[in-house]
Design a protein around this ligand. Sequence first.
Ligand code: SF4
Length: 337
Amino acid sequence: MYNPDKYHLEMGPIRPPNEGGAGSLLIRATRNCPWNRCTFCPFYREKKFQIRDVDDIKRDIDIVRKIVDMLEDGSDMSKVPYQSLYIVKGWYRGGQKTAFLQDSNSLIMPTNQLIEVLEYLVETFPSLERITSYARSDTIARKSIQELKRIREAGLTRLHVGLESGDEEVLKLVKKGVTPEQHVEGGKKAKEAGFELSEYIMPGLGGKELSKQHASNTAKVLNQIDPDYIRMRPLTIHPMTELYHLKESGRFKMTSPHERLEEIKLVVELLDVSSILCFDHFLNGWRGRDGQLLFDTSFTGYKLPDEQEYVLRLIEEGLKVPESKHFDPRMSRMISL
Ligand code: SF4
């Protein structure tokens, strides 16, 4: 008998942009965020964190397998819900190479359970070359190197970490729940265990008041970690957040497009890393004098230190353009992690 839920895949609300566009298979390993207190984040408000049952996650992997088999033998797909088909079809056509474990910190799963999921995923889809997940620095720091290495060996290849800032005051202000030292410890351990590491930083997060220390201490933390990727995610403030109320009451003053460029300039000047610096999000909408986007917003980014001077020249160019010509996150309610 037709069961409408038979092909239903559970999906979380977010994933990094480079895992999107159906390029990566999305497998929901946990639901929501175990921390859920960052004052700038609207994603999981009121939602309870849960670790999904390993059998339920495996059931989703089996459903993906069934849909792939149906695609291969040309079966009638009318009974497959649109969302499941969209995710699997795009990934299938893209060569089935990458997967992303949702939601916001799936590394928090008990190590053996996470390994069981990873092994099942790799066994079911041997074509997978990259499996990634979001992870909080304090979660990475709490796992032992041996545990992290086992997780890496089971198939998890890349961790996406929301560093946001390396400044203690800024981290406290936004209730990140992580200290600069934990960021460094988590980042270094991830690298030591063999993960590719993507660190997200948030220009503007210190507001006007803490802008300089936000920039210099963020560079300091990044220099100690030397991640594979540094990704810029400028701050926007969503009305459903605590930071919005601080802004409305005048206690948090957002930086302007030029002030943010100055902030990024200071970060880039101070960086001493061998990372790829990416502006891979539309919120990095600064313009050059020719009206074109200032930075390359593709996933290719800029290789540091080779292209450090070039990025600094781009920033100088952006500073010559009137602020009104740049995308201004003060006017936007969009947000991305
Ligand atoms: S920013 Fe990340 S850690 Fe903070 S509440 Fe949002 S999802 Fe959770």
